[in-house]
Design a protein around this ligand. Structure first.
Ligand code: BES
Ligand code: ZN
Ligand code: ZN
Length: 503
């Protein structure tokens, strides 16, 4: 998706389509009184709901705006109306999704070149925030995972979107657009990896990918393979990979920061390339989509690529705890006891609670970087779907204020986070019978909090730490107006927003 910004207003843009956002059923078009009137009648005529991410594509010469088209006042061949829903319920993700949905709907109608305005007029959204969200949404809307479609080459042809009309603060708009472009490149490139199935995205392949990405983007790359993990007593992650033909790895990517004296932040991603459950084998339905159990790590990779280009002051370290969870004669058994990197002993009572095991070692290694903060992202529990559905990720941590910071970053970035508590009672539920910790709780309630309570044992209390459970938000099982099915890279947008805001 080619993104351009021009000071020349929308009415000068002879494009295949203009994208017009609609809020409270009103087209958002400042200063275009006549066109607004005509579009209003088109909305009435068609009964367009204007609900979020709903779209309506129509050719201008065959609609209520035909007179404007005929007079040459309307230079677009088509209009794509893109709903934002009601002003009262507005959130940034609705704008990003509407832009994405508009491009997808346009693309289906054969449209490749779009223009839209720069003036926001939406809730309290600033011009540059508007440009950023629309640009990122449009780029995402242009994406589909078609690596394995044998006819994909035929589709070809790059899409474009022009942001037309002077910005009040032109340099802020330009910066937002450049950043959105770099962020989108990272998201789209990583999506191609994140969507790969278990037979393709093996731990080794992820390591190769990360190494290449690091090299191309000026990050340092290092990896702990099986032997190094053994040396460092990372026995929890080794136990998860024990049943697999693929060895476990902990990958580390480093960005120095423009203020190298600042303490780094560490991002840790659960990267299970396939979660069969191990000997606590999942049943058919539950095993579908488990190639997306690497999503935490994929969000970290995308965030690291963004960081490499946007060059924030804060040093950032990304860690991926990579393993495949398989049953076999060498697999960990329920009841097995292992000692993690920090010396804590764990009873593996359920081999399907493997995410917390790989993260235990990675979090314990993370603190060696003396970080200012640690954030982990993981498709950790099915329970988060019961708690929050597909709408929001849970954030659970050891510092309420830090959780709030991430929630705010998520609000600005169009990713919803919801805080769940972490109480001493939850910590108690994870204490082992014969050893320090059990990997599943004594109670069968509050699964998402239990997972976090387990992880809390691997992070020193004085380091602000937040765990994002993204099991409900990391991938879409069905295509939506604004996205194909597959990886969403949920979390990457929040991380970069938070890191940029630290300056
Ligand atoms: N990868 C799963 C969690 C998951 C479930 C991700 C649904 C995406 C969609 C995780 O490893 C798992 O199996 N968790 C168990 C934990 C339980 C055994 C304590 C779960 O949620 O059932
Ligand atoms: Zn599992
Ligand atoms: Zn898992």
């Amino acid at each position: 998706m080619k993104l351009t910004l021009t000071a020349r207003p929308l009415e000068t843009q002879a494009k295949e389509a203009w994208i017009i956002f609609v809020q409270n059923k009103k087209p958002l078009l400042s200063g275009h009184t006549e066109l607004t009137k005509l579009l209003n009648s088109q909305i009435k005529k068609t009964g367009f709901s204007g609900d979020y991410a709903k779209t309506l594509v129509f050719p201008t010469f065959l609609s209520a705006v035909a007179s404007a088209k005929a007079d040459g006042k309307l230079k677009a061949d088509n209009i794509v109306l893109a709903g934002l829903g009601d002003r009262k319920h507005f959130r940034m993700e609705y704008l990003e999704r509407a832009a994405s949905a508009a491009v997808r709907a346009g693309k289906k109608a054969g449209i490749k070149h779009f223009a839209t305005g720069t003036a926001a007029e939406i809730g309290k959204v600033s011009e540059s925030a508007f440009v950023r969200a629309v640009a990122r949404g449009a780029a995402w809307g242009s994406y589909s995972f078609d690596t394995f479609k044998t006819d994909s080459k035929k589709r070809g042809g790059e899409l474009s979107i022009t942001f037309a009309g002077p910005c009040v603060n032109a340099s802020a708009c330009r910066k937002a657009l450049t950043e959105a472009e770099l962020e989108s490149q990272a998201l789209l490139a990583t999506a191609d990896l994140a969507n790969l199935p278990g037979n393709e995205a093996t731990p080794q392949k992820i390591a190769n990918w990360a190494q290449k990405m690091a090299k191309e983007n000026g990050l340092t790359y290092s990896v702990l393979n099986k032997a190094e993990l053994k040396n460092k007593k990372c026995n929890a992650i080794l136990a998860v990979a024990a049943g697999s033909a693929q060895d476990a790895k902990i990958i580390t990517l480093k960005y120095k920061g423009t203020n190298p004296k600042a303490k780094p932040v560490v991002l840790v991603g659960k990267t299970i390339t396939f979660d069969s459950g191990g000997l606590s084998l999942k049943t058919g339905k539950h095993m579908e989509w488990m190639q997306y159990d690497k999503s935490g790590g994929m969000a970290v990779l995308a965030a690291m690529q963004m960081v490499a280009h946007l060059k924030p002051a804060t040093p950032v370290i990304g860690m991926l705890a990579v393993a495949e969870n398989m049953p076999s004669g060498s697999a960990a058994r329920p009841g097995d006891i292992v000692k993690a990197h920090n010396g804590k002993t764990i009873e593996i009572l359920n081999t399907d609670a493997e995410g917390r095991l790989v993260l235990a070692d990675a979090l314990s290694l993370a603190k060696l970087h003396k970080p200012a903060a640690i954030v982990d992202l993981a498709t950790l529990t099915g329970a988060v779907l019961s708690a929050l559905g597909y709408t929001a990720a849970a954030v659970v941590g050891n510092d309420h204020k830090f959780n709030q910071k991430l929630i705010q970053a998520g609000d600005a970035a169009g990713e919803r986070l919801w805080e769940l508590p972490l109480w001493p009672e939850n910590m108690d539920d994870m204490k082992g019978t014969f050893v320090d910790l059990r990997n599943i709780s004594k109670s069968s309630t509050a699964g998402t909090i239990n997972g976090a309570a387990f992880l809390a044992n691997f992070v020193p209390e004085e380091i602000p730490w937040a765990h994002l459970d993204i099991a409900g938000t990391a991938y879409e099982e069905h295509s939506k107006a604004w996205t194909d099915a597959g990886a969403t890279l949920f979390g990457a947008r929040t991380l970069i927003e938070w890191i940029k805001g630290m300056e």
